[in-house]
Design a protein around this ligand. Structure first.
Ligand SMILES: NC(=O)c1ccc[n+]([C@@H]2O[C@H](COP(=O)([O-])OP(=O)(O)OC[C@H]3O[C@@H](n4cnc5c(N)ncnc54)[C@H](O)[C@@H]3O)[C@@H](O)[C@H]2O)c1
Length: 372
């Protein structure tokens, strides 16, 4: 089977390509080598053995070249950022996916499977339980609430503090442009896929971590940011009070989820959460990274916060587990594997400081009026 992997030069994509080649698939990669991810605009060495198409998923002609001979598509290319350029999310993520389906229908191309990357971001402020009023899906915390350093959510009915719970697939409710565009990506795939007999599945990744996360990519996750600060001799910056809960997930588990839904007949027509199942606070993560790097510093918890961040979110993975998927990566392995990889990367520019200052000047990262 010949698989087209869009975004195959990126973090998840390059690992997916490795795995597909190991399984005996042949692969084409379509990637625009975005400078925000690939500052030198060159192909990663690990893709030397595959057919590479440098092109953009918003461009019809680039898709046409890349789709040639494809029996399946893993669509990972996406625009990701914290900035307020809302239309760009729609252009790349929504319209790029729509264009894929438009061309598959137009060409009557008989693909065996399309897998699209979605995100935990579709859950917005995520799921909570009120002891009195049951399951709640609260609206996002307001800028005013955040500016007071008042981080936690209360029941919209009785104002009692809410207890966070795992998010299941039934209640997507995105609250930012990225999440909205990822839900649109899924909708195109699952709805148009069903209508036009294009077997499709979507994966809602939690925060995926591991080697090859571009140090230049400001959206590539907290481990990159922690390590970036520490390598420059700074304390790792932790937003809010660091008690936010997340399910950091090893890249190996994201790849095994892609492999599973690419083949499994029961995956068709569904969106699946892909998370580690292990809930960790941001502060615990920062301390684990400091310990692994043998650095005697404390995390910098100084009242910064990021507008639009979710307080707590982690995913229930029962749906994909029913198909036989199990996550195996631990936080220890994530940190160990990333540090082993980054040790060989040149220190280069101080991307982390640059990203932080860009977010601060755009008003995305803010400081509480008075440190609580
Ligand atoms: N890494 C995570 O934690 C995570 C979590 C949830 C969802 N996702 C989703 O998984 C997918 C892969 O994420 P990643 O972490 O590997 O990102 P990444 O930035 O490392 O890789 C994305 C790749 O897509 C390419 N690309 C971007 N825009 C493009 C365009 N218009 N046309 C062609 N190529 C383009 C980039 O050059 C890059 O190589 C994305 O769809 C992302 O939204 C990732």
């Amino acid at each position: 089977m010949h698989v087209l992997v869009t975004g195959g030069a990126g973090f998840i994509g390059s690992h997916v390509v490795d795995a597909l080649l190991r399984c005996g698939y042949s692969v084409t990669v379509l990637d625009s080598l975005e400078s925000r991810v690939h500052p030198d605009r060159s192909w990663p060495e690990c893709l030397a053995a595959v057919r590479r198409v440098r092109g953009d998923v918003t461009q019809r002609d680039d898709w046409l070249v890349a789709l040639d001979d494809a029996d399946a598509v893993v669509h990972l290319a996406a625009y990701q950022d914290y900035q307020a350029d809302f239309s760009r999310f729609a252009l790349v993520n929504d319209a790029g996916t729509a264009l894929l389906y438009e061309l598959l229908v137009e060409r009557k191309q008989p693909v065996q499977r399309v897998v699209v990357a979605s995100s935990q971001a579709v859950y917005g402020e995520a799921a909570y339980q009120c002891s009195e009023h049951g399951r709640q899906y609260p609206p996002p915390r307001s800028p005013q609430q955040l500016s007071r350093g008042n981080w936690d959510l209360v029941c919209p009915v009785c104002r009692v503090p809410l207890e966070p719970v795992a998010s299941t697939e039934e209640h997507p409710s995105p609250t930012n442009a990225y999440g909205i565009s990822k839900l649109a990506t899924e909708s195109y795939a699952l709805t148009l896929g069903a209508r036009h007999d294009i077997p499709s599945a979507a994966l809602r990744f939690s925060i995926i971590q591991g080697p090859r996360q571009s140090p230049a990519n400001a959206y590539s996750g907290v481990l990159r940011a922690f390590v970036g600060h520490i390598r420059q001799g700074r304390r790792p910056v932790v937003y809010e009070d660091g008690r936010q809960r997340r399910d950091y997930t090893h890249i190996r588990d994201a790849v095994s989820a892609v492999e599973l839904v690419l083949e499994h007949p029961d995956a068709v027509g569904q969106a699946f959460n892909v998370g580690s199942g292990a809930v960790t606070t941001v502060l615990e993560y920062a301390n684990a990274v400091l310990a692994a790097m043998g650095v005697d510093l404390q995390p910098d918890v100084s009242g910064r916060y990021r507008l639009g961040d979710t307080r707590h979110v982690w995913s229930d993975t029962a749906r994909i587990s029913a198909l036989g998927w199990r996550p195996t990566g631990t936080l220890h392995e994530i940190i160990r594997d990333y540090l082993a990889w980054i040790a060989d990367a040149p220190a280069g520019e101080d991307w982390t400081a640059r990203a932080l200052s860009r977010m601060e000047s755009a008003g995305v990262v803010r400081q509480v009026a008075q440190n609580p």
